[in-house]
Ligand binder design. Structure first.
Ligand code: 6R9
Length: 646
């Protein structure tokens, strides 16, 4: 139904790789990963060169992933210091504030070097040492990048927590990695609204132990409480230190950062990435997928609280000496033209965002786009969830004036960087498809029994061998790492996504096949939302499923059984929505709450989610076999009281 967009001639000529070269390099990369990644690893500066490249095993019970294991390097030296000689006066970070009339900041590589060194010295003065975990809870301001890079400079391991998460969520993440240090700001601002970051940290620290010091960056100037002996204004600490700070040489396999992400069960997992392989992979994918060329102005709208903000706002672009734009606000404030105004204001060449943002802007029509120029744009890209072909075509035609390739990048927190993606000079585009595997990536589609399917097929997406950006473990729980990713299909990494491969070998991601929701491109476990709901005194039981949502991709549908004697009401619905916002954060708030006297369960007591999903999707004509239910009567009651009616 939608046309294939062939690679334009000029792209094939000027890009890093054309189709022929892609095929050649891809074959080399999977046939001889040691030689391929050995050469690609040279793009970084190593203080001790590696002699060994790949040492990985997906063997059941003995998963072990090591890349460049005898090499040493420092991430901040690679992202900052090594550019000083050639591009010290080039802008590294453009900061565009939430308020379009606020002050733009342009930080050169030389200034970035000074800021990162100073920040690192402040961390040292606070007692932060190599290997210590540092929790970062910051708005999208350059200081967030300084803080991350400062940690890497001294070998501390950062754990960035998204500014939209609640005090409870922060406390859980601090406790899990026994972090003793927090970096935050007084407040954040998004879409004209203040976010009480420091107050959230105070509330979180009342619920967990062990935090010795909180560094507070002054941003809005809002009033915050400061606790003596624990809280320190960043500016005051910074005035007491110098700007000399030698980068700590780190082993390639030393931990770089922890990032918590939702899975199908339990509390969020601490995904651990290490130093060498991660930076090789983040920088190489940034260069290839976006065909990054010297001098490009590059803008990824992701928040640094997500993996996209780590790999493609901070580490990838800075390792490549790019100019990366950090935007504090939201795409719809003050108007739906904001993104394109920012593109024109700063001459942005590459724009990378989530399908949910594209759909929201698409709903406002073409005029808000067309009244801007966008002539600087060269390439458009997406990430976070499947993009529907209609939104793809709109992005291509309206935003890109049918001139810019749309690069749909499939990857995960766990993968560190792009895994399946077109390359703009090499891959003919199919709207809605993430297209072809990146170099070194061996995707396979398997059936429920694990049999590898060939040719045109649909099934579950696994990756057959390791790549340098792969997560190394779940922080503090290697068994959970093996159980989560390597037990469903022995000897293979299971992504949790469903996928189709077409006759041309293109991959089409169809979404999660586990109990993970994808709401506006944000990952959430159904189990997390359920446990937040049942922690409310009036709730006896809850089951949460996703349903198709025009803007968010997936909406959250919650079935709630109340304690006996409690009555469901609109009032209580509102209360529960607020409750979940407070427990987890606004992104987790249920869209629909269905008070159900009983949930469909098997005789062994398992909730039959398949049925709950169908009813939530308003598609209850074919509920499948319900004969194994303990009480089939509950189903008709659920159908009668369904909340999502077309
Ligand atoms: C980078 C990021 C990962 C999950 C992943 C998948 C979905 C991401 C996608 C996509 C279809 C794409 N996803 N990119 N689905 N097409 N281009 O988003 O990481 O937050 O860990 O989410 O997002 O379901 O499994 P993360």
């Amino acid at each position: 139904m939608y046309d294939i967009h062939p690679v334009p001639d000029d792209w094939a000529r000027r890009a890093w790789v054309d189709e022929e070269r892609y095929n050649e390099l891809y074959t080399q990369s999977v046939e001889n990963p040691d030689a391929f990644w050995g050469e690609i690893g040279q793009r970084l500066d190593w203080t001790t060169p590696y002699t060994r490249v790949k040492n990985t095993s997906f063997a059941p019970g003995a998963v072990s992933i090591k890349w460049y294991e005898d090499g040493a390097l420092n991430v901040s030296a690679n992202c900052v210091d090594r550019h000083l000689a050639t591009r010290g006066e080039q802008v590294a970070i453009i900061f565009e504030p939430d308020d379009p009339n606020g002050t733009v900041r342009r930080i050169t590589y030389r200034q970035l070097h000074e800021e990162v060194c100073r920040f690192a010295n402040v961390l040292k003065a606070q007692g932060v040492g190599k290997g210590d975990r540092v929790t970062i809870y910051m708005p999208m301001i350059p200081e967030a990048a300084y803080a991350m890079l400062a940690c890497t400079r001294i070998g501390a391991v950062h754990s960035v927590v998204f500014g939209g998460f609640s005090p409870d969520s922060i406390a859980g993440r601090i406790t899990d990695c026994t972090s003793q240090f927090v970096i935050t700001a007084d407040e954040g601002v998004r879409g004209g609204r203040k976010i009480p970051l420091k107050a959230n940290i105070d509330a979180a620290l009342a619920k967990c132990e062990g935090v010795k010091s909180v560094l507070v960056v002054r941003h809005t100037g809002g009033d915050v409480a400061m606790q003596d002996g624990r809280d320190v204004w960043y500016a005051e600490a910074a005035a007491k230190v110098g700007t000399d700070c030698a980068p700590e040489p780190m082993n390639a396999e030393d931990p770089l950062f922890i990032l918590y992400t939702s899975g199908s069960t339990g509390t969020p997992k601490g995904v651990l990435h290490t130093t060498g392989g991660y930076l090789v992979y983040a920088s190489y994918t940034h260069q290839m997928s976006f065909d990054y060329q010297d001098g490009d102005i590059y803008w990824c709208t992701a928040d640094v609280g997500w993996v996209t903000g780590h790999s493609y706002v901070v580490y990838g672009p800075l390792a490549n000496g790019a100019t990366t734009l950090m935007f504090e606000g939201v795409p719809t404030y003050p108007t739906v033209s904001r993104c394109w105004e920012v593109v024109d204001k700063h001459g942005v060449n590459t724009f990378y965002t989530a399908p949910t943002a594209i759909r929201a802007l698409m709903a406002a029509g073409e005029e808000p786009v067309k009244r801007t120029s966008r002539k600087s744009l060269r390439l458009l890209a997406t990430v976070g969830e499947p993009i529907n072909p209609e939104a793809w075509e709109w992005y291509y035609r309206v935003v890109g004036d049918s001139r810019c390739p749309v690069i749909d990048t499939w990857w995960q927190t766990e993968t560190g960087g792009h895994m399946i993606t077109p390359l703009p000079g090499a891959t003919a585009l199919k709207p809605g498809s993430a297209c072809r595997p990146f170099f070194g990536v061996k995707p396979e589609i398997v059936d429920a029994e694990g049999a590898v399917l060939e040719g045109e097929c649909s099934g579950n997406l696994v990756i057959a061998d390791s790549w340098p950006g792969q997560m190394r473990t779940v922080y503090g729980d290697h068994q959970r790492f093996m159980d989560t990713y390597f037990s469903a299909y022995k000897g293979k990494y299971f992504s949790g996504d469903g996928c189709r491969r077409d006759a041309d070998g293109y991959y089409w991601i169809t979404g999660r096949v586990d109990d993970v929701l994808n709401v506006s491109g944000h990952r959430l476990g159904t189990a997390e939302v359920e446990s937040a709901l049942v922690s409310h005194a009036k709730v006896a039981e809850a089951a949460v499923v996703g349903y198709p949502h025009a803007m968010k991709g997936q909406g959250i549908y919650a079935y709630v059984t109340l304690m006996s004697g409690e009555e469901g009401s609109d009032e209580l619905r509102k209360e529960l929505v607020q409750w979940v916002r407070r427990e987890i954060g606004p992104i987790a708030q249920p869209d629909m709450i269905h008070f159900a006297p009983g949930l469909p369960k098997t005789r062994s007591g398992k909730i039959m989610r398949r049925i709950l999903r169908k009813i939530a999707e308003d598609d209850f004509g074919n509920l499948g076999d319900i004969s194994t239910l303990a009480d089939p009567g509950v189903v008709s009651d659920l159908v009668d009281n369904r909340q999502n009616r077309a």
